[in-house]
Design a protein around this ligand. Structure first.
Ligand SMILES: [Zn+2]
Length: 301
């Protein structure tokens, strides 16, 4: 009996300790998750992009800056709670608005880094009307908004070292935007995987996006053997995120290929193809552009 009581007390204390290790993230606010010691993610909901906070002995590194200025300010507040050090670097996983609107909150002093093509893409997307809407919706949080494009663009790969941490940046091509970056922390085994795979949602496959390129990017990222995967959107998890996405595209390619072999046109395929296995995935309005991408892959262009 005494033994059972001791074990129960031990388990209770152990569970308290485990719980305590997650407490700091909860103190930061409702959407913050602690990934590892000194690594946090603001993951509000899958429609909004994730923001990563990585503390180092020589300052803070952010991954993306958010869609809505109030979220960016919440991240700024969290950083100030965690450390008195400045935000030194801000790495973009992609140039789209939902990942880059909050740059003005962090830079200066943050130096912004993106893959080749990020600046051009951000300038092309820049829309004055959207800025007006932003100011109307979040008058206080949007004060001081301005377009800030990357100070540094790298080609293919780049390694950054800050304090005790190493960041390996990999330019993923033709997977989502004109300039996608995966960020790998080899010692911590944490991977920020950009938008090559998102959780339980159809992705937006633009005309230049290639499903074979997505599949090879997923394979490459899986080969790193990450312990934690932080996708551009959706809750952080494991390489299961890649497996789920891979299974979806493989099935999509199989079905489109069969219909092409049966002599069906792209329009017919769009009308007839169903993926009931993915009924619970969000953003179904993107299904037609997924079929178009699969059709391009099957046709070899
Ligand atoms: Zn995007």
């Amino acid at each position: 009996m005494k033994q059972i009581l001791q074990t129960t007390i031990f388990l209770f204390v152990a569970s308290l300790l485990i719980f305590a290790s997650y407490l700091p993230a909860q103190d930061l606010g409702p959407h913050f998750k602690k990934i590892k010691e000194g690594i946090f993610v603001h993951a509000a909901n899958p429609l909004i992009s994730n923001i990563g906070i990585i503390l180092t002995q020589e300052g803070v590194v952010l991954i993306d800056s958010g869609l809505n200025p109030p979220d960016s300010h919440a991240v700024m507040k969290a950083v100030k709670q965690l450390t008195s050090q400045p935000i030194r670097l801000l790495i973009n996983t992609e140039p789209h608005n939902d990942h880059t609107t909050g740059h003005f909150v962090f830079s200066p002093p943050a130096i912004i880094i993106g893959a080749q093509g990020a600046t051009e893409s951000m300038k092309k997307i820049y829309d004055l009307k959207r800025v007006e809407q932003l100011s109307a919706k979040f008058p206080e949080a949007s004060q001081g908004y301005r377009l800030i494009t990357p100070h540094v663009e790298y080609k293919d790969k780049m390694t950054l070292r800050l304090g005790e941490r190493t960041f390996e940046l990999m330019h993923l091509k033709d997977v989502h935007s004109e300039s996608d970056t995966a960020i790998w922390l080899p010692k911590e085994r944490v991977l920020f995987s950009a938008a090559a795979a998102i959780v339980k949602s159809y992705n937006n496959l633009r005309p230049f996006v290639s499903i074979p390129a997505i599949l090879s990017a997923l394979k490459m990222m899986k080969s790193l053997n990450p312990e934690v995967v932080v996708p551009g959107h959706g809750p952080p998890g494991t390489t299961k995120i890649f497996d789920d996405t891979e299974r979806f595209y493989t099935l999509l390619l199989e079905r489109v290929e069969r219909m092409v072999r049966e002599g069906k046109s792209l329009d017919q395929i769009k009308q007839e193809l169903k993926m009931p296995e993915y009924d619970d995935w969000g953003r179904k309005e993107r299904f037609p552009n997924n079929i178009e991408a699969a059709y391009r892959a099957v046709k070899g262009n």
